[in-house]
Structure formats: C-alpha cells, structure tokens
Ligand binder design. Structure first.
Ligand SMILES: [Cu+2]
Length: 224
C-alpha cells in the first residue's frame, strides 16, 4: 500500500517545528480501511467528512481508523523527535508480497492438495519475530518490483515499508522549510540500551503454606 503513490523509504517526511499545531488530512481512496497510527504525541480527530468536530467531542488518540472513502483530519501539538506515522495493518507497511508466486490461471486443480509441497518447495517461516529480518534479507525480486522494505534509520534497518512515513519535529525549522532535516539527534541519556550489568534475583512469593498445595518438582523422564 502507498501514500500518494509513494512508499517508504521513497517518501518525504512530514516536517514541523516544536510547538506547532499540526494538522494532517487523510483521505482513503482504497477499497480497505486503514487504521492510521502515530508514535509520540497523541492526536485528536478534528475533522470528518461531516465537518469539523466540536472541541467538546474530541478525544485523545494514537490510532484512527479511516474507512473506505472516508476523510479524517487529525491534529496535535508538535514535540521534538522523529515519530513514525503508518497504517497499523502490518501487510500495509510492506511492499510487493506476491513475488515468486506462480499465477494459477489455467492450472488443473485436481489433486493439488497432495502435490502442494512440490509446488512450494521454498516455503519459509517469516514474521515470527516481526518483519525486521525481511528488511535485511533483500530477496531477489522480479524487475520493476518495489523491495518489501529497505529503509534504514539511525539504529539500523527499519522493518516497515509501504504506508509508512516519519513526522520530523525540530526546534529550529524555519517557516515554510519542509526539507528533510535528517535523523533526530537524541539528547544524551534519552536512548534505550541493553543493560549489561549484574542482574538481581527475581523476588518470589513464599513457597507452600501449611494447608497449601504441594508442588511436585519435575525430576526428568527417568525417575519412575
Ligand atoms: Cu492500511
């Protein structure tokens, strides 16, 4: 799926200045609904096809579903950072998914079930740990086919493509200057990291009370 015929990473970011009131209008011209999700600042749905939503009827959101043929306006107060904006349907944040699948037009389907293993010898398990592995794999694709996801961020490959962009909010954006400011420079101490120090023993509830249940410890398979 795409936005305005663009797919990540071949799509512009939405650039705003810290403190700006930002309005994004989304019209769904496809034949499926798109739950649009934004990271970072919460937004409000301020407009629908029926007009502007009265202030008293708005509520904070992080996802708004845009149905077929619907329009939604969302607004938020910009907070410095890089905030992912994407459809929440995982298969809409990927590009071509139909590669290497033979067309079945004209195929005799009789006896297909028992032969399907022969037809799909390269079946692969994917998605069990998210789709980030796909971003790095770079499978060979037919000519004139978009890669599924090849965007890179400051922390490595971005496991999303398709209906994905980034809201980039900076303190020093000049009015009317919507050029990509590059990756956000995180203030020191604000980036998560893997803890490598000593780990504490997990605290546990006291075991078996007087009238409590008894717990038989498993002792392997050879103890009987
Ligand atoms: Cu979608």
């Amino acid at each position: 799926m795409d936005w305005n015929n663009r797919v990540f990473p071949g799509i512009d970011p939405l650039v705003a200045r810290t403190g700006d009131r930002v309005r994004i209008r989304i019209g769904n011209l496809t034949m499926t609904n798109h739950p649009i999700h934004m990271h970072g600042p919460h937004f409000e749905v301020t407009g629908t096809d029926g007009g502007w939503v009265p202030k008293s009827a708005r509520w904070p959101e992080v996802t708004t579903d845009v149905g077929v043929g619907q329009l939604r306006a969302i607004e938020f107060d910009a907070v410095a950072g890089d905030w992912a904006l994407h459809c929440h349907k995982a298969h809409h944040t990927m590009n071509a998914m139909g590669h290497d699948i033979p067309t079945m037009v004209g195929v005799d389907h009789r006896g297909l079930a028992e032969r399907i293993a022969k037809l799909v010898p390269d079946y692969m398990v994917m998605g069990d740990k998210g789709m980030h592995d796909m971003a790095e794999m770079e499978m060979p694709l037919p000519d004139n086919t978009l890669p599924m996801m090849t965007g890179r961020g400051p922390f490595g490959p971005v496991g999303m493509g398709g209906m994905f962009s980034v809201v980039k909010v900076r303190d020093d954006v000049r009015p009317g200057d919507y050029r990509d400011p590059g990756p956000y420079k995180h203030p020191p101490g604000t980036v998560a990291y893997a803890y490598t120090g000593q780990l504490q023993e997990p605290s546990r509830a006291p075991s078996v009370g007087k009238a409590g249940m008894s717990v038989r410890r498993p002792n392997g398979h050879g103890g009987h």
